[in-house]
Design a protein around this ligand. Structure first.
Ligand SMILES: Cc1cc2nc3c(=O)[nH]c(=O)nc-3n(C[C@H](O)[C@H](O)[C@H](O)COP(=O)(O)O)c2cc1C
Length: 479
């Protein structure tokens, strides 16, 4: 069975890369080149807040705010958070309260306007298509970000790191400007006992209540069973899949079955982790293959397996337009050129418990010395898990927070081992690190796919940068 879709999707999806690696300039460049550019919506409220405190260089946020359907709210946010002359070099960024179930009005407003601004800037003044990527696990801000992005006419929503079963129905409701809700996964509570994460668009005064375009939804999956769940049991329609393998940058799905590590401490993936593409194809949706498809000729390889195209992250992460801090980007490119860039799958680093890819680099949180020297603090809290506390209330904890706090909240000591504060480290990789009150600057962590060496094909001798357009030309060479 092949489902009839009127929409023509591009063969290349530039993968969503948080935090702010796939920011709007990258998605815009990809979209202008005729492919699907994807902005990251993860942590976008903090990203927006930090950009405003850094003086909104180039005036882009103010430009987007001026076009937003919430002009009063946008002005209030500017008067609260915008610092025209930026911060002093060591000045800490202002912080927002951590997200919780009774989401704070300002936090949701920043998430909503952040989602709006990022997509609006990526789509401004051209007809190309733009998607937004969110992590299912970072559930609390997602509805606000999605609603903002929908006001900027986002074309596709792409979500992995969990089972985004309730998102399609939420998109249907938000498109009609109606309140939407997601079940909050709570350790210690059954789904039926779990509370709702709610977002009500009518809490914010909008200049128009006209129905919004309902974006397409592409769940990012790593097994046929997940594809089946999403096609049969989602709360609304999906329009395609991204099928991501364990060589991809960022978080990876854990291997199926009992956890097994190789001699270097990396998870072992086996035959049963390979997705049955024929079975997925039989569901009738277009699909894109992700993870190790960033090489010339990969499109033909993917199409030969029935795919509509490929999703690529790593090659774009080091392009001129990506949001990675310039010095880090250069360090990795130099290492790639010298042939010694290496990537490892860290089974412990992420508070989510999912394996996470790290580039081995000095002076980053992936080294033991930097990890040990960092004072544990949880001041962003996106990756915290909800749990039912001794009083029967829902509370939040993170295995990367100060160990005593985590254990006091009922967390297991062994779960804190090797856990890294990805929230702070990924903000730092995007060039917006927190300056803590003890004078330290949050260290960075760099994530990439295993096939980082393919970057070499884009870097002729003596050349130390390449554009997103060059990545696309490389991927489509000879087609
Ligand atoms: C720096 C970086 C950050 C990433 N962050 C995310 C993310 O926030 N959400 C997500 O769904 N995928 C994320 N990914 C995965 C990409 O979207 C994409 O699927 C993957 O990179 C494709 O495989 P490749 O790395 O071999 O090109 C990230 C990848 C990289 C390289």
């Amino acid at each position: 069975m092949v489902r009839a879709f009127s929409h023509q999707w591009p063969p290349i999806i530039q993968g969503g890369m948080g935090v702010a690696i796939s920011h709007w300039p990258l998605a815009r460049a990809v979209s202008l080149a005729g492919q699907l550019g994807v902005v990251s919506g993860t942590g976008i409220d903090t990203v927006l807040l930090r950009r405003l405190q850094d003086g909104d260089v180039g005036g882009h946020i103010r430009r987007a705010f001026a076009a937003s359907p919430w002009p009063d709210l946008a002005n209030k946010i500017l008067s609260r958070y915008f610092r025209p002359s930026g911060r002093l070099p060591d000045q800490p960024y202002m912080r927002l309260p951590l997200w919780n179930l009774e989401s704070n009005y300002w936090q949701s407003a920043l998430a909503m306007l952040g989602g709006f601004a990022e997509v609006w800037l990526a789509k401004f003044d051209h007809p190309g298509q733009v998607g937004i990527n969110l992590l299912t696990k970072v559930a609390l801000p997602n509805l606000a970000v999605l609603y903002g992005a929908m006001h900027a006419k986002v074309d596709v929503v792409l979500m992995g790191a969990g089972i985004p079963r309730e998102i399609p129905g939420a998109l249907d409701l938000l498109a009609s400007n109606k309140p939407a809700a997601l079940r909050c996964d709570v350790v210690g509570l059954s789904p039926a006992q779990s509370p709702w994460i709610r977002f009500d668009p009518t809490s914010y005064e909008t200049i128009s209540q006209a129905p919004l375009k309902r974006p397409a939804f592409f769940p990012i999956i790593s097994s046929y069973s997940l594809a089946l769940v999403m096609s049969k049991k989602a709360t609304g329609a999906i329009q395609g899949f991204v099928i991501e393998g364990p060589t991809a940058g960022g978080h990876n799905a854990p291997p199926r079955g009992a956890k097994q590590l190789d001699s270097s401490g990396q998870p072992v993936y086996k035959e049963r982790d390979v997705v049955d593409l024929k079975a997925v194809a039989a569901l009738g949706y277009p699909f894109w293959l992700a993870g190790g498809y960033g090489f010339s000729g990969a499109l033909e390889v993917a199409r030969a397996q029935g795919a509509a195209g490929i999703q690529v992250g790593t090659l774009f992460a080091y392009s001129e337009e990506s949001g990675m801090a310039a010095d880090l980007k250069q360090q990795v490119l130099t290492a790639v050129c010298a042939g010694f860039a290496s990537v490892r799958t860290d089974p412990l680093a992420s508070p989510t418990g999912y394996p996470f890819k790290v580039v081995d680099m000095e002076n980053t949180l992936s080294t033991t010395a930097v990890y040990k020297a960092r004072q544990r603090v949880c001041d962003l809290g996106y990756l915290r898990e909800a749990y039912s506390n001794a009083q029967g209330d829902v509370s939040f904890r993170c295995p990367a927070e100060p160990i005593a706090n985590y254990v006091e909240k009922g967390g297991r000591l062994e779960d804190t081992v090797g856990r890294k504060c990805l929230c702070n480290a990924l903000m730092a990789s995007a060039g917006i690190p927190q300056h803590q009150s003890d004078g330290t600057v949050e260290p960075v962590i760099v994530t990439s796919g295993d096939a980082i060496a393919h970057i070499q094909d884009l870097l002729p001798p003596g050349c130390n940068s390449y554009s997103a357009k060059e990545v696309i030309d490389y991927l489509t060479k000879g087609l």
